[in-house]
Design a protein around this ligand. Structure first.
Ligand SMILES: [Zn+2]
Ligand SMILES: [Zn+2]
Length: 123
């Protein structure tokens, strides 16, 4: 796979790095539009297919947070969410191409979600 990393080539500040890692995010403007993960979505994160996908992303990222480099409390973040036009349902978390997934530690992940809204695209 040919992964074009936009931040390669110069030293980025940690805020810029987090921003580029998190995808094409826009600063949060209206809290009411924030996507909250519901119970069903959290249940899906326990699914064996997600565990397999997650393991694949962790392996690709060498089990390190892509923002700060720690190896502790790692999570896999979705840089975009996709929603089916017809049904309005979110895609299952394991159905995303790897390029939309990134390894972040708990702290960077939280920080990212506080600063930015994950874009949601209709497919
Ligand atoms: Zn981190
Ligand atoms: Zn996330």
């Amino acid at each position: 796979m040919n992964m074009q990393q936009p931040w390669v080539g110069r030293e980025l500040t940690s805020a810029e790095r987090l921003h580029s890692h998190l995808g094409n995010l826009q600063p949060e403007q209206d809290m009411s539009t924030t996507q909250t993960h519901n119970a069903t979505y959290n249940e899906m994160l326990q699914h064996p297919k997600w565990k397999a996908k997650r393991a694949q992303v962790l392996a690709r990222d060498a089990h390190q947070c892509r923002n700060c480099g720690t190896r502790e409390n790692l999570q896999v973040h979705h840089r975009q969410y996709h929603r089916h036009k017809a049904t309005g349902h979110k895609l299952a978390p394991w159905c995303y191409p790897d390029r939309y997934l990134i390894t972040l530690c708990d702290a960077c992940h939280h920080q990212g979600h506080q600063q930015f809204t994950v874009p949601c695209h209709l497919i």
